[in-house]
Design a protein around this ligand. Structure first.
Ligand code: CA
Length: 536
């Protein structure tokens, strides 16, 4: 048996980062210089790599028991020695492993933040991937050629790529599934019962909600209907969708981009002020759920299941009021000046820190070639959702050999999320919008939402630009975090007060001054700089 001799971690690190790496390892007390990274190759030439990863508690404790990984080992002649942790303890275990200096070859499903990636790179714990991608990863390069915007999004400000990404597209541009986060769901049975049409303007919405409150649409003789409910914080259950009837609208990250490429802070615009005044009008009529400011998901869900809402907000109605016809999406409303708009969110299916290769890895080329297999379209689809041909359990797909295409199978009662967690492997991968109909069919649970976005929302989206996912520097991330902590909390507090006390007009000037004091100008400069870098 051929063995490759163990060597000390720090001796293999490129000279420029030797000092940083040495200091990192010493500070963390590794001392002995050994590592968990593998160096063995058996007689058949099979290489063993050691990876740390995370998976669902529903999945096998040993990821090699998954059919996907069995097939990969056969195909690549690489054996992965997994150290697998369940999601709930993963971050702690991952951080402990890295801090001990006992580095694995790579961390799979690492889910590192940008800040963490830059810190690990600075400490010499992970390697840059640019050359490996260039020289050994044709599949990944093909993805970046077809969708070049991701190349800038995964590249740090210093020009280096420090992690392999997870990319999942469903639709593109204005029609991508994340383009609208919080969707408005209206009780169409109540509309029918009261002989009302679907509201088309903000004024008509107010009249409809008043009718829901006063005309007993559920017919039980009690005024127990809740005309309007939401969870008052940025997210899919917020009512921010209504804001776009007044202008630019609002987003969870308070950022939109003008058509000439200028980053705008939504919560300092006049149209935002008008939208807040409108919500105050609804409040004064007693139309807003009194629990909107305090309720958590379970309270929101309980009232939703009882179908007590006239209008509420969520990613998908199935999550709150069930997959039935009592509720339907409310199309965007015209505001006081007759304009209709839908604000595009800045969200997209990108996880930048999905997999890192450590400086202890002695098989960089083999590792890169193995990872490249994950970017083969047919492999990416399976790694994300699950596989085919498993005779021991339900399959997500069947494989059409003639068309070389994965086709979703009927679930026959199995919960899609559970089946995916049991059989998929996650990690770095890419599913581009162009893959649907070519390499895979689209998952059923996404289709309904995609249709709403395409047919009802996208035609009304006025913004041509969104914020890309910007890779900021450590200094920028430090400043953004510091500013946003106070700035965003202040915005939410004032909005909430104004909904209820109606003083938005009177206090607006003072509010703008406070936004400046909290660092809005610097926030805008950093965001604009990032936008310009990412789109140039
Ligand atoms: Ca009633």
């Amino acid at each position: 048996m051929k063995r490759i001799k163990k060597s000390r971690v720090s001796t293999k690190v490129a000279s420029a980062s030797v000092l940083a790496s040495f200091m990192f390892l010493t500070a963390c007390g590794s001392g002995g210089g050994g590592s968990a990274a593998s160096k063995e190759q058996d007689a058949s030439g099979k290489v063993t790599l050691s990876f740390i990863t995370q998976s669902s508690p529903l999945a096998p404790a040993d990821p090699n028991e998954k059919l996907i990984n069995k097939r990969l080992e056969e195909k690549t002649n690489v054996h992965i020695n997994w150290k697998n942790f369940t999601k709930d303890v993963f971050v702690e275990k991952r951080n402990l492993a890295v801090a001990s200096g006992d580095l694995p070859d790579a961390i799979f499903n690492a889910d590192y933040s940008d800040y963490e990636l830059l810190k690990l790179a600075k400490d010499g714990a992970i390697v840059t991937l640019n050359d490996l991608i260039e020289n050994h990863m044709p599949n990944f390069k093909k993805v970046l050629e077809e969708a070049p915007e991701y190349k800038s999004m995964i590249t740090a400000p210093d020009g280096n790529i420090y992690a392999f990404p997870w990319i999942e597209e469903l639709g593109s541009g204005k029609e991508r599934i994340q383009a609208v986060d919080s969707m408005p769901w209206i009780n169409v049975e109540w509309l029918k019962k009261l002989g009302l049409d679907m509201p088309k303007t903000t004024e008509e919405l107010k009249e409809v909600l008043i009718a829901f409150k006063t005309k007993d649409p559920n017919g039980n003789g009690k005024a127990d209907e809740i005309p309007l409910s939401f969870i008052n914080k940025p997210g899919a259950e917020d009512l921010a969708f209504l804001f776009a009837s007044f202008g630019l609208g609002e987003n969870p990250d308070h950022a939109v981009v003008s058509n000439d490429g200028k980053v705008i802070f939504t919560a300092a615009q006049d149209d935002y002020k008008e939208a807040v005044s409108f919500i105050n009008e609804l409040y004064k009529e007693g139309l807003i759920d009194i629990e909107a400011y305090t309720q958590d998901w379970s309270t929101y869900l309980a009232k939703g299941k009882d179908q007590r809402y006239g209008l509420y907000f969520s990613w998908d109605k199935a999550n709150i009021t069930g997959a039935n016809d009592t509720y339907d999406v409310m199309p965007p409303l015209a505001g006081p000046d007759g304009e209709v708009n839908v604000t595009r969110t800045n969200a997209l299916g990108l996880g930048r820190g999905k997999m890192v290769v450590t400086s202890a890895n002695k098989n960089l080329e083999t590792t890169a070639k193995w990872v490249d297999q994950l970017f083969d379209p047919i492999q990416s689809v399976q790694n994300n959702w699950g596989t085919y041909g498993d005779d021991k359990q339900q399959n997500i797909f069947e494989f059409d050999k003639e068309k070389e295409m994965l086709k979703h199978l009927p679930l026959e009662g199995a919960a899609p999320v559970e089946l995916r967690e049991k059989t998929s492997v996650g990690g770095p991968l890419a599913i581009l919008d162009s893959y649907y109909g070519k390499y895979t069919t689209m998952p059923d649970d996404a289709k309904g939402r995609m249709d709403i976005i395409k047919n009802i929302m996208a035609p009304n989206m006025k913004a041509e630009n969104v914020m890309p996912s910007v890779f900021h520097s450590i200094q920028e991330l430090d400043r953004l975090t510091t500013i946003e902590t106070d700035l965003f909390a202040y915005v939410l507090r004032m909005r909430t007060e104004w909904y209820q006390n109606g003083k938005v007009e009177a206090q607006w000037h003072e509010y703008l001054k406070e936004l400046d004091r909290l660092g809005l100008k610097e926030w805008l400069e950093i965001k604009q700089g990032g936008y310009d870098r990412a789109t140039k």
